[in-house]
Design a binder for this molecule. Structure first.
Ligand code: GUN
Length: 287
């Protein structure tokens, strides 16, 4: 049987540590860590994610400010808010929930967030620091959570073959960079990759982040591999209800060494890492 790596339990530990750092910052510097969350429009999945992030923030003592803007908000209107939050010394982290409506250029908005408040790690300065290995930047939360989970079960990453399935800026690309940094041999693939099952089968580590329900079947996974499932896909069931499934057919992966479940796998780690980035940003600003 594969070991099920419970992300929710690891996330709890990360949150406990964040909570202690938040208290220390308040006691010693009189600074109350604060995260501003911006949601444009009413995407139902985004509403759920934003609510979870804010609830978790409050649970560790981080002040959470919510800005809900109308779907028709102009790009300039959103930029004005970002500039205001950049200039506010009481705000340490800024998160603009994606996706944005199609009339707003996401790269313009993400590029306007002050890099030291960019707790998502999406600003080009933070992306550049990660890709050059310069360090010191804020790292995207989901890939950071994936690597923290991997570090629980792998002591030495050097030379391991890692296959990342998915090439998004949010997960796939930064996950590949974090693994490269740990001296893995990394192959970045996506749903158009030819021979994907064979490539996946060669991996010691699979990070599945393609957003495709049960894409990775049991026979794509080498015996003894470590599998991190980033997918959160809602699928319709025959009885008219729906269920959340990952990008990996977990029930077919008994021969893996370790696998993360969905839900309660990577999802809680993403939120924990967001709050870790927020307290880190607040500490850096208090120095
Ligand atoms: N939408 C999906 N994932 C994310 C994320 O990690 N950050 C933000 N801001 N939006 C998202």
């Amino acid at each position: 049987m594969a070991q099920i790596l419970q992300g929710d339990l690891v996330a709890r530990e990360v949150l406990d540590s964040v909570s202690q750092r938040v208290s220390r910052l308040s006691d010693t510097n009189g600074v109350d860590a604060c995260l501003a969350v911006v949601l444009v429009g009413h995407d139902p999945a985004s509403e759920i994610y934003v609510r979870r992030k804010q609830k978790a923030a409050r649970s560790v003592g981080i002040r959470s400010l919510e800005y809900r803007l109308d779907e028709e908000t102009s790009q300039q209107g959103l930029l004005d808010l970002v500039h205001k939050l950049n200039a506010d010394p009481a705000v340490h982290g800024i998160l603009v929930q994606l996706p944005l409506p199609s009339h707003i250029a996401g790269d313009v908005i993400l590029g306007a967030i002050a890099p030291q408040k960019d707790v998502d790690g999406f600003h080009p300065v933070n992306v550049g620091r990660l890709s050059t290995g310069a360090g010191g930047g804020l790292v995207p939360c989901t890939p950071l959570g994936c690597v923290m989970l991997l570090e629980r079960v792998i002591d030495d990453f050097r030379g391991l073959k890692a296959v990342v399935i998915g090439k998004s800026n949010i997960v796939g690309k930064p996950a590949a960079l974090l693994l490269l940094d740990r001296e893995c041999t990394v192959t970045v693939t996506h749903i158009h990759t030819r021979g994907l099952p064979d490539i996946a089968r060669s991996a010691d580590i699979i990070i599945a982040a393609a957003g495709s329900p049960r894409l990775v079947r049991g026979d794509w996974v080498k015996p003894g591999a470590v599998v991190i499932d980033v997918g959160i896909n809602r699928i319709a069931l025959e009885d008219g209800t729906s269920a959340i499934v990952g990008d990996v057919a977990l029930d077919e992966c008994d021969h893996a060494a370790v696998i993360t479940p969905v839900p309660k796998g990577v999802g809680p780690m993403t939120i924990a890492c967001l709050l870790k980035n927020t307290v880190h940003a607040a500490e850096a600003m208090a120095r």
